[in-house]
Design a protein. Structure first.
Length: 364
């Protein structure tokens, strides 16, 4: 699963990417510094995994991960090929969710592509370009469907009605995710189009160090602007986060955070947010060789969760032995959980809960 970092040039995307992935994407004080998308595999911070490691003392620990893509900056006119428009739009289409970085700090030494700081204008610039590209896709599809609808094809007529609703919404400046259609119409006609503005979005407000704990007026403006979008808003001081990642020891990083009044790096908050945005959950396997976090889509059944480990586990699934995370921590070992009668045996219909500790029985 991929989350793509997007925004105007020079708002802190590549610096944020470096903080998240510890990669060294090129970042500098001029537009289009990032041309090819940089991709990093980022560990999802999870205190539950740390607790299981403490209890089990395994040979190795493997966290859940999310793929983060740093995509070239977009400018006005991108939908018509301006700047790196076509490349940008192609790259973002391949992601599953959007992390939209907005500049929410004043600094005359850092140039802004539009000459002044205004996160709402910046957001609308990006939104408009993405909406224009989606409008183009919807209109192409609608032209084909209309021809079939004219022959009396009832299915085509229903599809044309939905596509017309999308067209009207996009033309009025709405993103697809905010346009109301029935669940049935969404699954049948909208989802297969893989429209860019249908992707879930998190707005990442890049603030200065002074606003790292409580945010600022720019952040409040963003929250107000997106309140009807069903989108998440977080803020972090990307430059400060970069300084923290440069420190060599955990102790130094903790001291820096405490001085700022923070309990953890903002990057951890963002990664967990991206995980939620992608509709993902975690279950664990725990043994002497390995304690591991496995990533599943929310609502996955036990066989589907088993299939994440190996397809044979799903094909030959017999049952799952399940311990809730809270029970594991309360009784402190699998043996004591068994003695307390807290291991559940679940079948094919069981929907895995976030944090379950699981063993699978299967037959190939």
């Amino acid at each position: 699963m991929k989350a793509g970092i997007v925004g105007l040039p020079n708002v802190g995307k590549s610096t944020l990417f470096n903080c998240l992935s510890n990669a060294k994407a090129q970042s500098a004080n001029f537009p289009f510094c990032t041309i090819e998308p940089n991709i990093g595999v980022v560990n999802v911070p999870d205190r539950r995994l740390e607790k299981l490691e403490e209890l089990v003392n395994p040979q190795q620990v493997i966290p859940a991960t999310v793929e983060i893509v740093d995509i070239a900056g977009l400018v006005k006119g991108a939908s018509k090929g301006e700047g790196l428009g076509n490349q940008f739009l192609g790259n973002i289409r391949e992601t599953d969710a959007i992390l939209h970085v907005l500049r929410c700090f004043d600094n005359e030494n850092v140039v802004h592509v539009d000459g002044s700081v205004d996160p709402i204008r910046d957001k609308e610039t990006i939104d408009m370009e993405l909406q224009l590209r989606d409008l183009e896709s919807v209109e192409k599809k609608l032209d084909r469907v209309k021809r079939a609808a004219k022959t009396g094809n009832k299915e085509a007529q229903k599809e044309a009605e939905t596509l017309n609703a999308l067209k009207e919404g996009l033309e009025s400046g709405q993103s697809v995710r905010a346009i109301k259609v029935s669940d049935e119409a969404y699954l049948e006609y909208v989802k297969p189009l893989q429209l860019i503005t249908d992707k879930p979005v998190m707005y990442v407000c890049n603030v200065d160090e002074a606003a790292a704990v409580e945010g600022n007026a720019y952040v409040e403006k963003v929250r107000e602007a997106v309140k009807n979008e069903n989108a998440e808003v977080i803020f972090l001081a990307v430059g400060t986060e970069a300084d923290i990642t440069e420190l060599e020891t955990f102790e130094e990083r903790q001291m820096f955070l405490e001085d700022l009044g923070l309990t953890e790096p903002g990057s951890g908050k963002l990664i967990r947010g991206a995980y939620r945005l992608l509709n993902l959950e975690t279950y664990f396997t725990a043994g002497e060789k390995e304690v591991r976090a496995w990533t599943i889509k929310k609502g996955a059944t036990a066989p589907q969760a088993a299939g994440v480990i190996h397809t044979d586990f799903e094909k030959g699934f017999i049952r799952a032995e399940v311990i809730s995370y809270d029970d594991y921590v309360t009784y402190e070992s699998e043996t004591k959980v068994k003695e307390a009668g807290k291991i559940r045996v679940e079948g094919k219909e069981y929907v895995v809960q976030d944090g379950d500790v699981m063993h699978f029985r299967f037959n190939v």
